[in-house]
Design a protein around this ligand. Sequence first.
Ligand code: GLN
Length: 309
Amino acid sequence: MEDSHDHTGVLDAVMERVRSHIGEGRVADYIPELAGVDPDEFGFAMATVDGDLYSVGDHARTRFSMQSITKVFTLALVMHGHSGSDVWKRVHREPSGNAFNSLHQLEFENGVPRNPMINPGALIVTDQLLSDTGDSAGALQDLLCAETGDPGLHADNLVAESETRSGDRNRALAYLMASFGTIRNPVPEVLDHYFRQCSITISCEELARAGLFLARRGRRSDGSELLSPSDARRILAVMLTCGTYDAAGEFAYRVGLPCKSGVGGGILAVVPGVCTVAAWGPGLDEKGNSVTAALALEAFTDVTGCSVF
Ligand code: GLN
């Protein structure tokens, strides 16, 4: 990826791989407000640590629901604060091998979630960020606004309300953890922040820019340190092993990059020291990962050879 010609070739190859698959998969409908998203949309963007931004697809600038991709950013905020080491007493760092909203493992593991990339783990992280800042959703929004350079980035209230109405599974996870004493703030408050966080909308171009601190070894866009290089590396390790739920092994095989997906159909991937890549297509596979975004990332690593392996 030396010059713009190479980038054009990469973007063309991504489009080529994805084109005939656009529309495949199933849009998440367990959150009713997401069910109406057009399944034929697709976007892809790459942001380099040198400040270049490249994109392809008709919808690289269309905003979509971040959903679980927010879990990487809230984890980074908690690790930035003094509670970084404390949070690891409350959530493990192992792949779950189960669905992102599964309950049964949580019960026999005494309310300590397997990792922060699945719902119960992210609820613990949100609880911690709420204790640290008094406003978990606000802290996340501030970070995203600053890193994308768009002060207007915000939660979609309709999606947040829809998640609240249909969120019994997340309520069950949170109350189960509260029964073990692993959630500290009032459950309704933690859930309110969690739902508002998930419902933030962002485009591929914005997401690629927002995640660059992970490619820059923890440095934010203004040069300040969000994470130490070691903590940035650790988050990437958690993304690689847990970021795509019970498909993390498949993603390591096919893509070979730390990734985080969300049921809005977005996936953020990081090439450490080089760039971030964000892909979006609303149709999901049975594990809850976007079909076209996964194909796009696979094409990206095939063509560029950019992989951690
Ligand atoms: N808000 C969604 C939920 O809690 C996030 C899940 C996801 O993106 N995997 O179910």
